[in-house]
Design a binder for this molecule. Structure first.
Ligand code: HMG
Length: 388
């Protein structure tokens, strides 16, 4: 029996900063961002948006189709947690009207945890093939102003329905893992922005790719040449390009630079204009591939490299299902991205600095999101979410 991704939908904020604007303020060459890191725009969450509202927005099209009662488990992956105890997914459970018999849990390991959620969801479905599990990955990537990480901010959420006989992607059971206790990127509980050793993080990313790939080769019969496309974790597009050249070289693939590039190019379109969305980024990359690849890739093997700083990495594989192109939300995603509003540098700063009370102070939050769900305020230490 095959198990995998039956449907996929993503959401990002209606605001973005063009990295040319950032470069101008920083008196940096914009090509450093457009070419050097391969990023053009970065999504900025509205004041009344957080991982909960983005997650509910991402999942709405899926729930409208299958019905709220169809979901047996909701797994919520994030590293932008809003509470140390309560799972963010419990708010999403209410906003989406899911059944009270649906279990909910939040998962964390930097950008990797959505992959753990998917593997666990596949295991649940393999045990009970009539069940459908909703996996949502949602994050806001924030670095300090005037740091090298600033240009790699972003925000987004992706919702995936995991089922038996999936209509988009069958996921293979063999995986290659790599874990090592390193301090390349982390965010202690008392900080709103991540700390990062940027150059070191890129080295660890590449090392983890090699190690996870080697483990994958031990457990799977698939070799580099069996894959048509590859999806990488996307902190910035250039990282994936470098990583894929690295993997091709390790495998003595005998492909030209252009051929290697073509194996990942279509995964990068959305990331270039959204920025890092941590847990969501690789799966927004998969959506980009399925929705933008000119050829029909039914039957193709896709390789996935999921990386979460700290670090945990996983290489796994899947097969694109025949007829997949009929079940995408391409038009809706295009409309959402086209309708976004560019912000000035001053507006960016005011979104960046919007109060995020950590002392229980009560606030009403101004309306800014064009999404269906919003964080209306915080009162008596409780977050108040509403649907429009
Ligand atoms: P930096 O050090 O300011 O940049 O920031 P740089 O000087 O290395 O330049 C970047 C590239 O642009 C270089 O290319 C330059 O040559 C080029 P490379 O040598 O790498 O090929 N460049 C130009 N190109 C064209 N025209 C120009 C020009 N100027 C320079 N005029 C850094 C880079 C990655 C350090 C920074 O963006 C950063 O700290 N980012 C955050 C950390 C990060 O994203 N790490 C990635 C791996 S870790 C990860 O993926 C996990 C993560 O998602 C978190 C999680 O797991 O939760 C981050």
């Amino acid at each position: 029996m095959s198990v995998g991704i039956d449907e996929i939908s993503f959401y990002t904020s209606n605001y973005y900063l063009d990295l040319r604007t950032l470069a101008e303020v920083q008196q940096t060459d914009p090509d450093k961002y457009y070419e050097g890191i391969g990023q053009e725009k970065m999504g900025m969450a509205a004041p009344d948006e957080d991982v909960v509202t983005m997650a509910a927005n991402a999942a709405t099209p899926l729930i409208e189709r299958v019905g709220a009662d169809a979901i047996s488990t909701l797994m919520f992956a994030t590293e932008t947690g809003i509470d140390q105890s309560k799972a963010a997914g419990v708010y999403v459970h209410r906003l989406l009207g899911l059944h009270s018999n649906c279990r909910v849990v939040e998962m964390k390991q930097a950008c990797y945890s959505a992959t753990a959620a998917i593997q666990m969801a596949c295991a649940l479905v393999a045990r009970n093939p009539e069940k459908k599990v909703l996996v949502i990955a949602s994050d806001v990537a924030r670095y300090d102003l005037d740091t090298p990480g600033e240009a790699t901010q972003g925000c987004g959420a992706v919702a995936m329905l995991i089922s038996a006989q999936p209509r988009l992607l069958e996921i293979d059971p063999e995986v290659g893992n790599y874990t090592e206790d390193v301090m390349d990127f982390w965010r202690p509980n008392y900080r709103a922005t991540a700390l990062v050793d940027g150059k070191y993080s890129t080295k660890i990313y590449l090392k983890s790719l090699k190690k996870a790939w080697e483990h994958f080769r031990e457990v799977s019969s698939l070799a580099f040449d069996d894959f048509g496309h590859f999806c990488y974790h996307l902190p910035f597009s250039r990282m994936a390009q470098k990583a894929h050249q690295h993997l091709a070289k390790l495998n003595k693939a005998g492909l030209t630079m252009e051929q290697v590039e073509a194996q990942i190019e279509d995964t990068l379109h959305y990331n270039r204009i959204i920025g890092n969305s941590y847990t969501a980024s690789m799966y927004i990359g998969l959506t980009s591939l399925l929705e933008n690849c000119k050829q029909n890739i039914a039957g193709e093997k896709i390789g996935f490299f999921s990386y979460g700083s700290g670090c945990v990495a996983e290489f796994f594989s899947g097969t694109v299902v025949a007829g997949y192109e009929k079940f995408l939300h391409r038009e809706q995603h295009k409309q959402m991205l086209d309708a976004r509003k560019e912000v000035s540098y001053e507006e960016y700063l005011s979104l960046y600095r919007y109060p995020d009370p950590r002392d229980g102070e009560s606030i009403e939050i101004e309306e800014g999101t064009s999404g269906r769900f919003r964080l209306a305020g915080i009162s008596h230490h409780k977050r108040e979410y509403v649907a429009s």
